[in-house]
Design a binder for this molecule. Structure first.
Ligand SMILES: *[C@@H]1O[C@H](CO)[C@@H](O)[C@H](O)[C@H]1NC(C)=O
Ligand SMILES: *[C@@H]1O[C@H](CO)[C@@H](O)[C@H](O)[C@H]1NC(C)=O
Ligand SMILES: *[C@@H]1O[C@H](CO)[C@@H](O)[C@H](O)[C@H]1NC(C)=O
Length: 277
């Protein structure tokens, strides 16, 4: 009994610690989520289970990742085990713009709901600004109005793509998910999104592994007793971006989450901003 109470308290404290970003739809999005690109089958199911146990409350997937079913199984396993409730969790998926249009986009969202075995999604993004993405977006607006999706947004969009979309969009995108890591920092797109009230999510925050041994990040990490990876992730948090590190290794899933007990100095943040590839 005592053990159960202590465990429950620990979990509550851990999840309460995750800071949230308020989206322009009024919903809150956890600043860190588990990325699942290139993870499939049992390993991704296990990674989702591990992440939820560690305290993550945000999972990022996509139609094209072909892992929504396993991601859903991992989520439902932990809901069944009493670790969390659906409403504690923020699920993002992405529509694949393959010759897509309004009707196809809505169909893809229904497919994702079924695969993930949920009645609503927290966020759906257009994966790439390809084909007639303004028409694809209309299907996402349909899903939004039907309350299948709480917030809708975009991914890999730059200023020009956003301007084109905004000519016809009726619901402002809530999020733009773009590649950001210390040596790949698209400051213009970030600035434009922030001016428009569009939250920014950084994917591949560790440069698909390249940042882990970066000497500048290692040196900053030493001062805080943190790894280079934790410094790279913390830098995104300091910038008020949402970050979605991907791993299927429980040790790294846990390490990536331990970034809320230290802060970077202004000088360190600037040093990281100025890093060159
Ligand atoms: C689907 O979700 C329901 C609860 O909403 C749950 O009872 C069921 O086990 C889930 N199915 C799978 C395959 O995870
Ligand atoms: C893209 O569309 C083509 C033609 O409809 C289809 O054959 C292909 O499977 C689609 N690819 C994806 C990844 O959806
Ligand atoms: C440094 O970090 C490690 C791993 O998180 C931890 O076990 C250790 O106690 C920390 N050392 C200090 C001096 O805080």
């Amino acid at each position: 009994m005592k053990v159960v109470v202590i465990l429950a308290l620990t979990l509550a404290v851990v999840s309460a610690k995750t800071p949230m970003i308020k989206l322009n739809t009024g919903y809150e999005m956890p600043e860190i989520g588990l990325g699942t690109w290139q993870a499939k089958g049992d390993p991704v199911k296990q990674a989702v289970k591990d992440a939820l146990e560690v305290g993550y409350r945000h999972i990022d997937t996509a139609y094209i990742y072909e892992n929504e079913k396993e991601v859903g199984e991992g989520i439902h396993a932990q809901i069944g085990a009493g670790v969390l409730k659906r409403e504690d969790l923020f699920i993002t998926t992405k529509v694949w713009p393959n010759g897509s249009n309004q009707k196809k986009a809505l169909e893809m969202i229904h497919h994702s709901l079924k695969q993930l075995n949920v009645t609503y999604l927290d966020l759906v993004l257009i994966h790439f600004p390809r084909d007639d993405y303004a028409d694809t977006y209309k299907g996402m607006e349909d899903a939004f109005h039907q309350k299948l999706v709480r917030s809708i947004g975009i991914s890999n969009f730059n200023r020009g793509h956003i301007d084109h979309l905004l000519k016809t969009a009726k619901v402002k995108p809530a999020v733009n998910q773009i590649r950001i890591h210390p040596t790949h920092n698209d400051a213009d797109t970030v600035k434009y999104c922030q001016e428009l009230g569009i939250a920014v999510t950084g994917y591949s925050p560790l440069g698909t592994g390249k940042m882990i041994k970066n000497p500048t990040l290692v040196a900053i990490g030493k001062k805080h007793n943190k790894s280079a990876a934790q410094v790279a992730l913390r830098w995104q948090i300091e910038n008020h971006w949402i970050t979605i590190p991907k791993s299927v290794n429980k040790k790294y899933i846990k390490e990536d989450f331990e970034i809320f007990d230290f802060t970077l100095t202004k000088e360190e943040i600037k040093t990281i901003h100025d890093m060159k590839a």
